[in-house]
Design a protein around this ligand. Structure first.
Ligand SMILES: Cc1cc2nc3c(=O)[nH]c(=O)nc-3n(C[C@H](O)[C@H](O)[C@H](O)COP(=O)(O)OP(=O)(O)OC[C@H]3O[C@@H](n4cnc5c(N)ncnc54)[C@H](O)[C@@H]3O)c2cc1C
Ligand code: SF4
Length: 333
């Protein structure tokens, strides 16, 4: 790693002040816990003239009950989520995912907003400046060729945040603020299938919070990830599931994936599995749906086909377990 580039650090004390600073500085970036951004800057991935630190913006803090559910401020740390017993009961997939991110020291400062806005990753991109220079950089930053798919003109770097799929299967919406006001969209709409520009966020916008619907006692959920190092690592594939089931049939099913594509996404076609028992035929169909819709490329040192297959295996196991277990809380293996 190299020294950080020179930058001016601003610590606004309100959302309006943060938004004004962002709008006034073309090359400014916001930083929350810094566990992703600072590492990238120390790899020479960007050199913003100004960093706007969000830690003192009150509008981004706290977990608050609302008439229709819960609001989690974008500045809430992953440690806070991981340690929250009420969240573990109401939204088990979210807590399981937070517990599976990095190491305790990272989670103590890493934020929900930073996790959702995490940059995409690739074995040709998350390298030192010298390594990337020695390989003529790449399409995503400073180069003109994608080393993963050299004949194309698209970046396939994978989104590898753990929380997004867990929130998606709980139907999360997000609030985005800009100098023009705030807008609320579903979390799934934050993401675009482009490894070089995967966020549908304007340069002057800040993610301020996440909304979850009211607690549904019958809903079971969980999150699982495959990683190279069990103690601390990004997902090679991560799967969140939520479902309603009784002994006869599945009555709802949501599956979301991360680590395989430039965006986390909700699996399509799960409606065809409803009203049926969770048996081998249904699980084989689920496996096929997943293997068709994920598109892992050679962006990690692990083979793409392994990531495709392990995504399906994780989902099948999770659906099977959630459909038979009486408890909703599934902690990652
Ligand atoms: C060794 C190591 C292991 C890791 N393992 C994992 C892992 O297993 N799973 C995982 O998900 N992550 C992992 N990470 C990445 C990172 O620690 C987490 O994703 C963390 O949640 C990022 O949050 P942060 O607050 O530190 O983000 P920051 O680094 O502060 O920001 C990340 C990005 O989000 C933007 N951003 C931050 N907040 C906002 C906001 N409110 N609105 C708009 N943009 C915003 C920043 O500009 C930046 O581009 C790992 C990191 C390291 C160093
Ligand atoms: S997928 Fe291609 S363009 Fe994107 S970061 Fe990797 S090598 Fe670069």
């Amino acid at each position: 790693m190299q020294l950080l580039p020179r930058f001016e650090l601003q610590s606004p004390q309100s959302l309006d002040a943060a938004l004004a600073l962002l709008a006034a500085n073309d090359s400014a970036r916001v930083v929350a816990g810094g566990t992703d951004l600072i590492t990238n800057l120390r790899h020479g991935l960007g050199a913003p003239a100004t960093l706007i630190e969000l830690g003192r913006v009150p509008e981004l803090s706290g977990i608050t009950a609302e008439a229709s559910g819960l609001r989690l401020g974008a500045g809430v740390t992953l440690e806070t989520i991981a340690d929250n017993a009420e969240l573990a009961l109401a939204y088990p997939a979210l807590v399981a995912a937070a517990r599976a991110v990095a190491a305790p020291a990272h989670r103590a400062v890493a934020t929900l907003g930073g996790n959702l806005c995490l940059d995409t990753r690739c074995v040709f991109f998350n390298q030192s400046q010298a390594w990337r220079a020695g390989n003529d950089y790449c399409l995503k930053y400073r180069g003109d060729t994608c080393h993963v798919a050299p004949t194309g003109k698209r970046c396939h770097a994978a989104f590898s945040g753990d929380l997004a799929p867990a929130l998606m299967v709980h139907g999360a919406a997000i609030e985005i603020a800009s100098p023009a006001g705030t807008r609320r969209v579903s979390l799934a709409d934050l993401y675009v299938e482009d490894g070089a520009a995967h966020l549908a966020l304007e340069r002057t916008e800040i993610l301020t919070g996440v909304f979850l619907g009211a607690v549904d006692d019958g809903l079971r959920s969980g999150y699982r990830k495959a990683r190279a190092r069990a103690a601390i690592d990004f997902p090679l594939a991560g799967v969140a599931v939520s479902l309603h089931a009784d002994s006869d049939a599945l009555s709802s099913l949501a599956v979301a994936l991360t680590g395989t594509n430039p965006r986390p996404f909700l699996l399509e076609g799960t409606d065809a599995l409803l009203g049926r028992p969770v048996d081998g035929t249904l699980l084989a169909e689920l496996s096929k749906l997943i293997q068709k819709q994920v598109s892992p490329m050679r962006t990690t040192v692990t083979a793409s086909n392994y990531r495709r297959q392990v995504a399906a295996v994780l989902a099948v196991r999770l659906v099977r377990e959630l459909s038979i277990t009486a408890t909703a809380n599934v902690i990652p293996a």
